[in-house]
Design a protein around this ligand. Structure first.
Ligand code: SF4
Length: 702
């Protein structure tokens, strides 16, 4: 209970893309406590285990970086320096490389946890003034397949519905996601809806039996990588059963004939065999969807992180389109964003292939618009290096310098040993970071201490296009600065105009101006509006109602024909094949109480109690064949590296498939529980999102 000296301010949880509202109470001694914001429409006061323990990560300053550090050459130790010295040196090195090797010799690798204003300035700096599109973020590892699919199907990277549609839906198709653990508060809303309306149907598609399955009326435990086959089979059944929306298909969509011809090429029996589920269960899924008045598809990394991630997304969105379940209450495709502000980043063009306000890098008019607005250099039409490509380019010498902000690639990138080798070879590495723990710091030539959540103001956008304002509540420790301030100081020292922002509000105002007359027009928005309440974009000037809870209610899509496009995507497979040497399929994912690379949640004892160490889930049938007992150390090896963790025997995973959690990195010099030692950096050809969910491994008892 807040005391009389307590100051209470609102913010948004900095973990997952659900975007729960919090009230932060600041005590006189500067310590904070966190509670769910009862007035916030997303969570109505609820918080999950991670959100409710947020204050521990803020109050504990023991791992914080407090001042800039630098070394003059790779053999020297890092030493404390002033901000001016650190940035002057960085400017000198960047200028030298840009002059000698061109602007594409440098890159920025940022994060879906950056605030929108931070994304905006780093994107402006790189694309508008340095003259390279080498600015990408870890959202590439997360949502880029969904982004590409939305654009291809709906004409724009636009989540069409809102969370309030959950309570209006009567069928949910949850695939490649475990929201009970990874998007818990949104799932609580589905649970409450089901409890009040037991007849609503929940279909869960997952190779594992997760906590999400406990609410399911039907669990389709498919073989990993067979999502497109399943979605096509269900599409075929919907057509056969007459459960499609002919009016929508005729008047508001294109591509149905090709799609229909494609899905009828394979019999249900063939699809069932490929997917490893029964024909009866597929029929039941189609029946539930066919009977629904409101139908929501929900998904996340299980579809996105794949060499055919875009096609998996399109095959799923097709189910919404052929049934006409889009742009109406209780219906639509709802991609669950992994990170708190991946969507905000995309709004300002913070990926190697985007421009602000969802403009297209390849469109000369869009480039000209942005360039004129910024009064910067000509913007290049070719996309810059994406997340995995940046580290490959460092490894082969094309890239000389990288600036890593707010992310820990040496735990989170696939085939992480390549990334490690790449950073070792890099000529110059800048790490802008909150904590002294990430492994990247060992490779840094310059370390810049950044302010953390609650230590700076700004905005974020959650999975339902809801923009919220985050208050600054406490001062950052030591000499740490907000990320946007660091980037602007650097830009000014580079001699670039247009970075004299007095505060975040001015950055936001500039971003808002660039959105005018685009599909994500937020020209009616400013900090004053957002301090009053969060809103969903678009939010045009003087628009009524303010904000937009649901897109495409008029059935006019953002494609040139204004029709949604049903893509007849091939059911191809490009993941690493298993063979005699590597006979198991490895899939990776999150656990309930940890967040990404654990630099925040790993500090909280309560959260560490849930699952204290990494493990491999293996079916008892497979374990018996390997003479592996519960708790034995298993050696998991792939063509790229090795992991050693204890075995957890469970029938919740299919024979032939094993699961590793993604969170653990190097601990006290030991990297043998790091899942990404073995994962594959093969990527989807369109989205460039890596295949974290499927690679071939060998398992043995240690
Ligand atoms: Fe934070 Fe996500 Fe939990 Fe909400 S559901 S409290 S946003 S981690």
């Amino acid at each position: 209970t807040p005391g009389k000296n307590t100051q209470s301010l609102t913010s948004t949880c900095c973990y997952c893309g659900v975007g729960c509202g919090v009230v932060v109470n600041k005590e006189k001694n500067g310590e904070i406590t966190v509670a769910g914001n009862k007035d916030y429409p997303v969570n109505k006061g609820m918080l999950c285990s991670k959100g409710i323990n947020l204050h521990y990560t803020v109050n504990d300053k023991s791992d914080r970086l407090l001042y800039p550090q630098m070394r003059y050459n790779k053999s020297m130790p890092l030493q404390k320096v002033s901000w001016d010295d650190a940035l002057d040196r960085t400017v000198a090195v960047f200028k030298t490389f840009i002059e000698k090797y061109g602007p594409d010799s440098v890159a920025f690798y940022a994060s879906g946890q950056c605030l929108t204003e931070e994304y905006y300035v780093v994107n402006k700096l790189m694309k508008g003034f340095i003259g390279s599109n080498n600015i990408d973020t870890n959202s590439r590892l997360c949502m880029s397949s969904a982004v590409a699919a939305y654009k291809m199907a709906l004409g724009e990277d636009s989540v069409p519905l809102c969370y309030d549609d959950i309570e209006l839906a009567d069928c949910f198709y949850v695939t490649g996601a475990n929201p009970a653990w990874c998007h818990p508060i949104l799932w609580r809303r589905v649970e409450a809806h089901k409890a009040a309306n037991p007849n609503i149907k929940i279909i869960v598609v997952d190779p594992r039996v997760t906590d999400t399955c406990s609410l399911a009326d039907l669990h389709l435990q498919i073989n990993p990588g067979t999502d497109i086959t399943l979605n096509h089979a269900i599409g075929r059944l919907l057509i056969e059963n007459g459960d499609i929306d002919i009016d929508f298909i005729r008047n508001h969509a294109e591509g149905f004939e090709q799609y229909s011809a494609l899905v009828f090429k394979r019999t249900l029996a063939e699809s069932a065999k490929i997917c490893g589920v029964s024909e009866r269960d597929m029929q039941l899924a189609a029946k539930y969807i066919g009977e629904a008045k409101g139908f929501i598809t929900m998904w996340t990394m299980g579809l996105n992180q794949s060499t055919v991630g875009v096609n998996k997304n399109l095959s799923l969105i097709n189910l919404n389109l052929i049934t006409g379940h889009v742009g109406k209450p209780g219906s639509g495709p709802l991609s669950l964003t992994g990170q708190p502000n991946a969507m905000g980043g995309r709004e300002v063009g913070g990926l190697a292939n985007l421009l602000p306000a969802h403009r297209d890098l390849k469109n000369p008019l869009h480039r000209e618009e942005v360039q004129k607005f910024w009064r910067g250099k000509n913007i290049k039409p070719e996309p810059g290096l994406t997340a995995t490509e940046m580290f490959e380019a460092l490894d082969d010498g094309r890239l000389k310098a990288i600036w890593i902000m707010c992310t820990n690639p040496l735990t989170s990138l696939p085939n992480v040993r390549l990334a490690e080798r790449a950073l070792k070879k890099a000529r110059f590495v800048v790490v802008q970071e909150v904590s002294n723990k990430p492994e990247t710091l060992a490779y840094a030539d310059v370390i810049l201490p950044a302010a953390a959540w609650a230590e700076k103001e700004g905005t974020m956008t959650n999975s339902e296009r809801r923009i919220s304002y985050l208050n600054k509540i406490i001062e950052p420790p030591g000499e740490a600065l907000p990320d946007a301030e660091i980037i602007c100081r650097f830009a000014r020292k580079m001699g670039y105009p247009g970075f004299d922002f007095k505060n975040s509000e001015e950055i936001y105002a500039e971003h808002v101006r660039l959105t005018a007359k685009t599909s994500i027009d937020i020209s009616g928005l400013d900090y004053d509006v957002l301090k009053g309440s969060s809103v969903q974009w678009p939010y045009k000037k003087k628009s009524k109602p303010a904000g937009t809870e649901r897109l495409f209610a008029d059935k006019k899509f953002y494609t040139p024909s204004q029709k949604a496009i049903i893509h007849a995507v091939p059911d191809a497979f490009f993941s690493e094949r298993t063979d005699n040497d590597y006979p198991f399929v490895l899939t990776t994912g999150r656990i309930r109480d940890q967040w990404h690379t654990m630099s925040k949640t790993g500090k909280v004892n309560k959260l560490n109690q849930h699952l204290k160490e990494s493990f491999i889930e293996i079916n008892p049938y497979d374990a018996a064949g390997l003479k592996l007992k519960e708790g034995d150390v298993a050696v998991i090896s792939s063509r790229r590296g090795e992991v050693r963790v204890k075995a957890k025997l469970t029938t919740q995973i299919k024979p032939g498939v094993v699961f590793l959690p993604m969170h653990w990195g190097k601990i006290l010099g030991n990297d043998l529980h790091r899942a990404n030692n073995v994962t594959n950096n093969a990527v989807d050809p369109i989205s460039k999102e890596p295949d974290f969910k499927y690679c071939a491994v060998h398992i043995a008892k240690y």
